[in-house]
Design a protein. Structure first.
Length: 131
């Protein structure tokens, strides 16, 4: 651009012959920083569980008792003491008839004659049982 075309005071008052060139505006960014703190809170809840464990232990003790039993069986073997091949069992059925007797020590000392009758020996068990 020439001086005569420009209307500014500098160009109008100047006696020099000079060109003025105007370039596009340069843009600059001036950044100022300010710090802003954001607190992010992530809560945690802890539940303390106090557990009581009941351990049931089951025991099954076993008590054993021994009962001595005597079974009396009567046989008729005839007159020859040295020959037992002729022996025949005397008495009726196995459930208390005749001469078959069941004696148990836990029933007490009862006479054998009282248990020959078809009745209880007094201890709650029938003495005429046979196994």
């Amino acid at each position: 651009m020439s001086r005569d075309k420009c209307q500014c005071s500098r160009c109008c008052n100047s006696n020099r012959d000079e060109d003025v060139r105007v370039h596009p505006t340069r843009h600059e960014v001036r950044t100022t920083n300010s710090v802003k703190t954001v607190k992010n809170i992530h809560p945690t809840e802890i539940k303390n569980v106090h557990r009581t464990i009941v351990r049931n232990e089951n025991y099954y003790p076993v008590r054993e008792s021994n009962v001595n039993e005597t079974v009396v069986e009567n046989y008729d073997c005839g007159s020859d003491v040295n020959d037992s091949s002729n022996c025949r069992r005397v008495g009726g059925s196995n459930n208390g008839g005749g001469g078959n007797h069941h004696h148990s020590d836990h029933c007490g000392k009862r006479s054998e004659n009282r248990c020959k009758k078809k009745r209880s020996c007094g201890c709650g068990r029938n003495r005429n049982w046979f196994f």
